[in-house]
Design a protein around this ligand. Structure first.
Ligand SMILES: [Ca+2]
Length: 376
């Protein structure tokens, strides 16, 4: 091929990739991580570690498993709230109270059907006391402390991931239920990140407390479907969310900020209708990273262990459609994708064990629990 045609082809390729990616750096593709398969589950969704090194794993279908220190399923926990299992919904996240070691309080999110109209549902959060035996356990004193308002039709975009702030406040992600405008509507708590006390009360210093109603629960707005939320050691809150067609986001969550959906996005609607970019509206906060095409982020931690010393302080998140584990480095102004570890399966959840080891839960039927083995 004559040299000038090669040059033209190269220019076309470079412009295509520049249009396709809004990230500055797409992480170097890597498959260098060694993994050990520990167990398989049926549509696992979330995992959290207990202080003694055992763990709890939720399955979307409604089972809460006690998992031994060896990563094996041990016994089922009884007393789990009855979830409406349909589409993306079912049993969701599980986290421990910051004082779990002394009060045994846990939080579970799930999809609650409407009492009167079976076509309607919404995410809810239960606070309960977990009593464990050697082999299994049960939940008592269950109390629903939060609900999505209003309950709507459909079975997508519940969000319902949770994290505790260093100061003891409970944060809950609330997806916009594929209804778009509720993310900007302060009469609803859909498409928001919620901040509550550990018992479900509304903190007096919440940014929209004076508005009353569900607006008083809101910490940030303009979210689509956030399936990962975590605090860094420095107190910074991070959350990611699934964009529409393209436009998945990693966001630094700031009090009272508007993250723009559905008014702005780096993606477009599935109908093909374009959405204005974040850069067109200064009142909306830009993502630290936006991914086009989509990776479908799920699960999020900020790594704090010693087993992967080079990763300390890095953000680790899974990709469902991306079939990868993403390693991201926070920067002064945002974040940079540093590495995209090829996984070959949809990743639903990423967790760090009390031993500093890293664990990944894959998605779907036969979703595996794996431990990452540190570099030698
Ligand atoms: Ca946004």
């Amino acid at each position: 091929m004559p040299r000038r045609f090669i040059h033209i082809a190269a220019v076309v390729l470079v412009s295509l990739s520049a249009a396709a990616y809004t990230v500055d750096i797409v992480g170097a593709k890597s498959d260098s991580v060694k993994k050990t398969v520990l167990e398989t589950f049926s549509k696992p969704w979330a995992m959290t570690f207990l202080p003694d090194g055992r763990a709890l794993v939720t399955e979307k279908g409604g089972t809460l498993w006690l998992v031994g220190q060896n990563g094996k399923k041990f016994g089922r926990i009884s007393g789990v709230p009855s979830a409406k299992v349909r589409g993306q919904g079912g049993l969701g996240d599980i986290i421990l109270h910051p004082d779990y070691a002394t009060n045994n309080i846990v939080y579970l999110s799930y999809v609650e059907p409407d009492a009167d109209d079976s076509s309607l549902s919404g995410a809810a959060v239960v606070r309960a006391k977990l009593s464990l035996t050697e082999a299994n356990g049960n939940l008592t004193n269950s109390e629903i402390i939060w609900r999505q308002v209003p309950k709507v039709t459909g079975s997508g975009h519940f969000g319902h991931r949770m994290a505790f702030a260093p100061d003891g406040h409970l944060f809950i992600t609330s997806g916009e239920r594929q209804k778009f405008d509720p993310a900007q509507d302060m009469s609803m708590n859909l498409g928001k990140i919620i901040r509550l006390t550990d018992t479900g009360g509304i903190p007096a210093d919440n940014p929209f407390a004076a508005q009353g109603g569900v607006a008083a629960e809101v910490w940030s707005l303009g979210h689509r479907n956030p399936l990962g939320i975590a605090f860094a050691k420095d107190g910074q809150l991070w959350a990611h969310e699934m964009g529409p067609r393209g436009g998945d986001e990693l966001n630094q969550i700031v009090r009272a900020a508007n993250y723009g959906y559905p008014e702005v996005s780096e993606g477009s609607h599935y109908s093909g209708i374009p959405i204005a970019s974040h850069s067109t509206n200064a009142s909306h906060k830009k993502p630290a990273i936006a991914w086009v095409p989509s990776i479908s982020p799920s699960g999020l931690i900020i790594y704090d262990g010693d087993d992967f010393p080079d990763w300390k302080g890095n953000i680790l998140m899974g990709g469902l459609s991306g079939r990868a584990l993403l390693r991201i480095i926070p920067t002064a102004t945002g974040a940079t994708e540093a590495e995209r570890i090829k996984w070959g399966k949809r990743i639903r959840e990423v967790e760090q064990g009390p031993d500093g080891m890293l664990y990944v839960l894959e998605d779907g039927k036969g979703g595996r629990l794996l431990r990452l083995d540190p570099p030698e």
